[in-house]
Design a protein around this ligand. Structure first.
Ligand SMILES: [Zn+2]
Ligand SMILES: [Zn+2]
Length: 300
């Protein structure tokens, strides 16, 4: 299951990437509108949030991890690149970790179960921290040979995986360059870097981590699943459909997670656009009879 231990540098880098953007967000809250934040910063932050969030949800998660559809080579590489720009680690490790999560969900071997320490209040506080971000600070490294052999066999994906440091620099610098050019000022570059790079990365980190922590603790469980996954509606839009997590665990390869009436799933919309463009094929859309079988008897 494991493939050795992370080096001290890898562990240090994970900590810096996880903690520094979050601290930046807290420090930023009292900042006043007008001098350090403007519409350009907001627009850039929303653009890069949407781009990288969908890279992670549609690309890393639904496509690379679960094979919810088949992508042409151009789309495959574009999704690998934009997903890497979410700064959640190189693609092969990300996919291996997430496949291990599904293989052992909320049991021994799950890399980030909030139920790891038990069900008492104290154990759940510890478990929440572990599932949200604590698990990344451990030394365990998921064995990619076992969990992601398909990605290891793809030279293009190997290349994107190795380019992770470059893509990290790009995802942080591009908003600053754009902000500087649009405002034609160094100050515009600084504020765009703050809001559209640091704050944007921090918010997306916490939204993604909340799927691992909150969505395995709180919410509705309309579907039968072997684990404690739950649908948590408040995060549906920010997570682009990923917080319909009970539905996802009930049918992991399905391209749509918000499968029930009124459940907004922006990632599924984008997959539909890719399908209409002919870039995505063999999309696994929900099948009503399959869903009906998995619904709990008590669900209305
Ligand atoms: Zn899960
Ligand atoms: Zn999944």
């Amino acid at each position: 299951m494991l493939a050795g231990e992370k080096t001290a540098t890898e562990m240090w880098l994970v900590k810096v990437f996880a903690v520094v953007p979050a601290l930046a967000l807290v420090a930023a809250v009292p900042l006043a509108w007008g001098w350090g934040l403007g519409w350009t910063d907001i627009a850039l932050a929303v653009f890069f949030y949407t781009l990288t969030c969908l890279g992670a949800t549609v690309g890393f998660h639904r496509y690379f991890t679960h094979g919810a559809f088949t992508a042409n080579r151009g789309l495959r590489i574009a999704l690998a690149v934009t997903g890497s720009m979410a700064m959640q680690g190189p693609i092969i490790g990300w996919v291996a970790d997430h496949r291990r999560h599904h293989a052992f969900a909320d049991r021994e071997g799950d890399p980030h179960s909030p139920w790891r320490y038990g069900t008492s209040a104290g154990a759940l506080v510890k478990g929440f921290w572990h599932a949200h971000m604590g698990w990344m600070f451990g030394r365990d490294k998921t064995n990619a040979v076992r969990f992601a052999p398909d990605l290891l066999a793809d030279n293009d994906i190997q290349r994107v995986d190795r380019l992770f440091p470059v893509l990290t620099v790009a995802t942080l610098l591009l908003p600053a360059v754009a902000g500087g050019l649009i405002s034609w000022s160094w100050w515009g570059a600084v504020t765009a870097f703050f809001w559209a790079s640091l704050v944007r990365v921090a918010v997306l980190h916490h939204v993604t981590w909340s799927v691992n922590s909150i969505c395995h603790m709180i919410g509705d469980r309309p579907f039968e699943a072997r684990d404690k996954s739950a649908n948590f509606w408040p995060l549906a839009i920010l997570s682009m459909g990923e917080s319909w997590h009970n539905s996802h665990h009930a049918d992991p390869t399905c391209a749509r997670h918000g499968v029930r009436r009124g459940q907004i799933d922006i990632s599924a919309r984008l997959i539909r656009v890719f399908e209409l463009l002919g870039w995505a094929t063999k999309v696994r859309w929900p099948r009503p009879e399959r869903l009906a079988r998995k619904l709990k008897a008590t669900t209305p």
